[in-house]
Design a protein around this ligand. Structure first.
Ligand code: 5RP
Length: 262
């Protein structure tokens, strides 16, 4: 089965596999959303089932909650956990300061709450997600449905004064209907191409009435585990200023792949 994995899936898998090394018995762990995070949930599930790892998982979406339960991970709410030891999640982009764009999967609100409520956030990503400057990936913002068109206009007006290379704002669709988040909100995607000052953008966006949260994660991520299609992984720790290099074998975990389709 592993022979059928694309290089990008191998990169996601090795990043996920390396990241679960950080999880210890008794931890309360935030479980991210997306295809890379799904590998991580599978890897954690394997440790729970086969090595007796005892953890409680706080999922960041209904999709992840279902997958975690299917994998044998005990799922609790953030209110039950109150505080988390660690969150492991994917990202759409990360830069050299480990600032992120997230929300490609539409789960940015729960993801940001959960990551912020954690002692440590580890991002897992294939190397293609690394950028010099954030913004090539459209920046998602979650907005409440009431008056969303007015909110969109206000966001467009706000963008005029900011250092960006594009200003198109689109409503995310799911077929012919607006995409609905787990909180019942909509997502606006901001096609900015390049964000000159991500910190300023993150603060200003949340001042617009109707915007619930934006997909910029500034100073939240502590470690990024970068996966490569040939099995190499790098663990970059922004606080320690260290980079550890490793290489993982695909064959040992073939049983994880058989029904993972995301
Ligand atoms: C979901 C996210 C995901 O982490 C992000 O979109 C990356 O997804 P993938 O691992 O599938 O590339 O932020 O809201």
């Amino acid at each position: 089965m592993s022979g059928e994995l694309s290089p990008i899936d191998k990169a996601k898998f090795v990043a996920a596999k390396r990241a679960v090394d950080f999880v210890e018995d008794g931890m309360r762990v935030g479980l991210g959303t997306g295809s890379t995070a799904a590998w991580m949930v599978r890897c954690l599930g394997e440790l729970v089932r086969e090595e007796g790892l005892k953890i409680k998982g706080v999922p960041t979406s209904t999709r992840t909650a279902q997958l975690a339960r299917d994998c044998g991970i005990q799922v609790i709410s953030l209110d039950e956990a109150k505080w988390l030891d660690l969150t492991i999640d994917g990202a759409d982009e990360f830069d050299g300061d480990l600032n992120l764009i997230k929300g490609g999967g539409g789960a940015l609100l729960q993801e940001k709450i959960v990551a912020t409520a954690s002692d440590q956030m580890i991002v897992i990503a294939d190397v293609g997600k690394e950028v010099e400057r954030l913004g090539a990936f459209p920046l998602p913002i979650e907005v409440i449905p009431f008056g969303w068109q007015t909110t969109k206009t206000l966001v467009e007006e706000m963008l005029i004064s900011l250092d960006v290379l594009g200003r198109d704002v689109t409503l995310r669709m799911n077929g012919d209907r607006p995409f609905i988040t787990d909180e019942g909100n909509h997502i606006l995607d901001l096609h900015l191409n390049r964000i000159g000052n991500a910190r300023q953008m993150a603060m200003v966006l949340n001042q617009v009435p109707g915007v619930v949260e934006n997909g910029l994660f500034i100073d939240i991520c502590d470690i990024v585990v970068v996966g490569y299609g040939d099995g190499r992984v790098e663990v970059r720790d922004i606080n320690q200023g260290t980079v550890e290099k490793d290489r993982l074998d695909f064959t040992e975990s073939d049983n994880l792949f058989s029904d993972l389709m995301e």
